[in-house]
Design a protein around this ligand. Structure first.
Ligand code: NAP
Length: 181
């Protein structure tokens, strides 16, 4: 697949590395923006408060399937239930909320784990298969929690993620177990 990441920092640059290793053709755009016309999917990996500005600098995003990995410590932008909803309102394509609960600094250690760590995601129905592929190709096991109405809950995890990651455990992978395992 051809993938454009909007943002080339920890998350955008990191996902670009992982997806390239999985055989995708990935372009990671920095803050100067660029062209996503040829992309089969785009990933948004900029600060939550920079979404509108960053997307305005990228041509050809309209209607593209989109993975939103953003977080914000101040909650969603005014007028939107979630950052993912803001992304969707601008791009207009099927939208996925993913990777926002996983530490980018651990991406290079995913493949060394005994079992694949989970990555919780929410998705529009028509993008669920794509989400599972992109999350799987990054090395995580995708864990679906519902449609995009679940995005506010995933975004609200940032406080817990920082609390736990900044404490005794440090940056962590996670994996949930069901009671019948
Ligand atoms: N780091 C993590 O572990 C982690 C995990 C999950 C989710 N997230 C979320 O993912 C997003 C990216 O985090 P990150 O750690 O990758 O940040 P980062 O390393 O600082 O990278 C941010 C990227 O966004 C670009 N950018 C910043 N402001 C912009 C603007 N106004 N217009 C266009 N591009 C702009 C930066 O370009 P320049 O470098 O040129 O400024 C850079 O490419 C954030 O929403 C963060 O909360 C982070």
């Amino acid at each position: 697949m051809r993938i454009v990441t909007i943002g080339n920092g920890n998350v955008g640059g990191g996902l670009a590395r992982l997806w390239t290793r999985a055989g995708h053709d990935v372009t990671a755009l920095g803050s100067e923006g660029g062209d996503a016309s040829d992309a089969d999917a785009i990933a948004v990996a900029v600060p939550g408060g920079a979404i509108r500005d960053a997307l305005a600098k990228v041509k050809g995003i309209e209607g593209k399937p989109t993975v939103d990995a953003t977080n914000s410590l101040t909650g969603p932008p005014e007028g939107y239930p979630s950052l993912a909803a803001q992304v969707k309102s601008i791009v207009g394509g099927p939208t996925i909320k993913a990777f926002n609960t996983n530490f980018a600094m651990l991406y290079d250690q995913i493949s060394q784990q005994r079992v694949a760590p989970h990555s919780v995601f929410a998705s529009d129905a028509e993008a669920r298969t794509l989400a599972e592929r992109l999350i799987g190709d990054a090395g995580f096991q995708p864990l679906y929690v519902g449609d995009l109405s679940a995005a506010p809950t995933l975004e609200a995890q940032i406080a817990f993620t920082m609390l736990l990651g900044g404490g005794e455990v440090g940056p962590y992978f996670y994996r949930f177990a069901t009671t019948d395992l």
